[in-house]
Design a binder for this molecule. Sequence first.
Ligand SMILES: Cc1cc2nc3c(=O)[nH]c(=O)nc-3n(C[C@H](O)[C@H](O)[C@H](O)COP(=O)(O)O)c2cc1C
Length: 177
Amino acid sequence: MRSPLTILVATMTGTAEMVAQEVQQVLEARGAEVELRMMDGLDAGAFGAGGFFLVCTSTYGFGNVPDNAQELIDSLEASRPDLSNVVYGVIALGDRTYGDTFCHGGTRFDQLLSSLGARRAGEMLQHDASSGELPEEVAPAWALDWVQQTGEPGSDASAADAGGSGQSSQSDRERSE
Ligand SMILES: Cc1cc2nc3c(=O)[nH]c(=O)nc-3n(C[C@H](O)[C@H](O)[C@H](O)COP(=O)(O)O)c2cc1C
């Protein structure tokens, strides 16, 4: 990945942060510039300049986002910024034993960001804590595949999309030169 990526982390007990760190490591090892930000204290301005974002969040209560994501959610819902310059992915941690609210934290972000004009690349990763697979082992491989679907300069999707989505900004092109 040639463009900078920001990973935004929402967690109650640290799993999502550990997953995000593993993703950061594997992407940086391939030359990507990755910033990891906990959502604590963030508001809609976190998306201000646009670009590439990966939301890594768990689910709590009855399908809620973790406490440290609430302020960001509230701010996005109140100010409803135009996020058409944002491309995002979602890593959603959950547990199928919670039934109908499985991975709703990730789904909440997905629906909100897309309602604000942001474009999701690829499918959301939904990890089931009762599956026996460790999310920090599954997520890095998923992230490598996701990067290919972002449409950023140099990715497979970019070649397929050329001239299509308009997501490849001039600054992206300048960075890739
Ligand atoms: C009290 C509690 C409530 C939870 N509620 C849900 C839920 O509604 N839906 C879901 O998919 N997972 C739910 N989970 C599972 C967590 O999202 C999952 O274990 C996740 O990996 C925790 O990540 P974290 O340590 O980053 O917060 C819940 C877990 C706990 C302990």
